[in-house]
Design a binder for this molecule. Structure first.
Ligand SMILES: CC(C)(COP(=O)(O)OP(=O)(O)OC[C@H]1O[C@@H](n2cnc3c(N)ncnc32)[C@H](O)[C@@H]1OP(=O)(O)O)[C@@H](O)C(=O)NCCC(=O)NCCS
Length: 143
């Protein structure tokens, strides 16, 4: 949904800025693209590279040297270890944890899920350790 809104706004000549709560801690050696929204007390560790339109709820934690695609959404207290690779449009549920693995684009990690192996695109993960299953609908969070 956010991607669609941004695409429409860009067609109309929209310019995007980032909104970052003053309590966010962002390493000087991390990079974040345009249009980010970051809420209270999050942290982005050294060497992380995050593409455009990142959204991080309160207490979200991005590990060192993480690589994030566009439009990644972190729910409150979602965290990951260093060196993760997170694809475009991935949704990380509240209190979820991602170990040092890769998550394919458009995947969803459920609340409190622990992802400890590579996750294919367009899948949902839930549980500890997370089990994967296919999304029934493409626009899972659009309604
Ligand atoms: C994992 C999730 C995506 C599954 O959604 P879904 O496919 O619609 O699944 P359902 O709600 O139909 O539940 C299916 C089963 O999974 C279980 N389940 C749902 N979410 C779960 C979770 N996070 N962890 C473990 N089990 C879960 C349900 O209890 C149900 O079990 P049952 O078949 O034994 O009755 C969703 O529940 C979720 O966790 N979303 C993230 C919410 C979130 O963090 N939002 C951020 C708010 S700020």
């Amino acid at each position: 949904m956010r991607r669609k809104i941004v695409e429409e706004a860009k067609k109309m000549g929209g310019i995007f800025t980032s909104i970052i709560h003053p309590t966010m801690t962002i390493s000087r050696r991390a990079k974040v693209g345009e249009g980010a929204i970051m809420m209270r007390y999050g942290i982005i560790q050294t060497g992380a590279v995050i593409d455009d339109f990142f959204a991080a709820d309160a207490f979200a934690g991005v590990g060192h040297d993480a690589i994030y695609g566009d439009f990644v959404h972190m729910s409150p207290r979602a965290t990951n270890l260093g060196g993760v690779v997170i694809g475009d449009d991935v949704f990380l549920g509240i209190r979820s944890t991602v170990m040092q693995v890769r998550i394919g684009r458009d995947a969803v990690v459920g609340a409190c899920g622990l992802v400890n192996k590579d996750m294919p695109p367009n899948m949902i993960a839930r549980g500890v350790p997370a089990q994967f299953y296919a999304k029934k609908e493409k626009d899972f969070f659009d309604t």
